[in-house]
Write a protein that binds this ligand. Structure first.
Ligand code: PLP
Length: 264
């Protein structure tokens, strides 16, 4: 007898250190019960300390990967992560408009927590114009939300309100705003903006240096749960639970000299 799994596609970039990017996506999708496949948009030379090189793949190779997958695999959900530049954003948006996957999570990756630039700043407009309108949900962290809205990065919880208002004005179907960058807060809140309502998902903050790849992991787990049929709020709650457990488990790991990965 055959059994099947929800096929979850990550369109993103590799992390040679194994903690973030496509490597984190595949681990998170597998651990949450999906079948992971991937379109590699770019390659990074990277470890737990820094990104030392980025190579954007040729457009025809990215297009060929997309066509190979969509012409054969019944993709249940797509997660888009680091794409690196405007040409790739346009190409991926064209493909998503043509293939229309049932669920689309867009992680608007721009800068790593170590400060490495992961999207050319001039490509932010393409991201806003081409990819955000296609997404069921976008998952910005606070600096990414600030960049998308033109507002300053909030320094405390009291500064979140205007950012939430500006994100609602972006006309995305849903936004999961991640509050993890508010390091001094005792809790780690995320806010789901959906159907004119704001729901806060609040978990205790785990104090650890091992948070490399947390954004990739959360957005992949979310795509995985959506692809397996969970409705948005339950998929967000489940993905938040998954990343919380992965961060807790990661506190016991010592991998590399810098910000180590979470444990899947
Ligand atoms: N490298 C790649 C390929 C990524 O996609 C990302 C985030 O999406 C990062 C690095 C940055 O991860 P972090 O900020 O969690 O270290």
């Amino acid at each position: 007898m055959h059994s099947s799994k929800a096929i979850i596609l990550s369109i993103a970039t590799t992390d040679s250190g194994g903690g973030a990017g496509i490597q984190a996506d595949i681990k998170a999708i597998s651990a949450t019960g999906g079948y992971a496949c991937s379109v590699i948009a770019a390659i990074t030379a990277q470890n737990t300390q820094r990104v030392t090189a980025v190579h954007l793949l040729p457009q025809d190779i990215i297009r060929a990967q997309l066509d190979a997958i969509f012409s054969d695999l019944p993709v249940a959900a797509v997660k888009v992560g680091m794409l690196g530049g405007a040409d790739t954003i346009n190409l991926v948006a064209d493909a998503l408009e043509a293939y229309r996957p049932r669920h689309l999570v867009v992680d608007p990756v721009m800068v790593s927590a170590n400060g490495d630039i992961l999207l050319a700043p001039e490509a932010v407009d393409s991201l806003k114009q081409r990819l955000l309108p296609l997404a069921d949900v976008i998952t910005p962290n606070l600096p990414e939300a600030a960049s998308l809205t033109g507002l300053p990065v909030p320094a405390s919880l009291s500064e979140i309100e205007p950012l939430i208002g500006a994100l609602e004005a972006l006309e995305c179907r849903a936004v999961l705003l991640k509050g993890g960058f508010l390091q001094q807060e005792p809790r780690s809140p995320d806010w789901l903006l959906h159907n004119g309502e704001v729901r806060c998902f609040d978990t205790p903050r785990v104090i650890t240096p091992n948070t490399h790849g947390t954004g990739c992991t959360l957005s992949s787990a979310l795509a995985s749960y959506l692809g397996q049929g969970l409705e948005l709020e339950l998929a967000v709650a489940s993905a938040k639970h998954y990343i919380e457990k992965a961060i807790e488990a990661g506190t016991r790991l010592k991998i590399g000299q810098g910000r180590g990965p979470v444990e899947h």
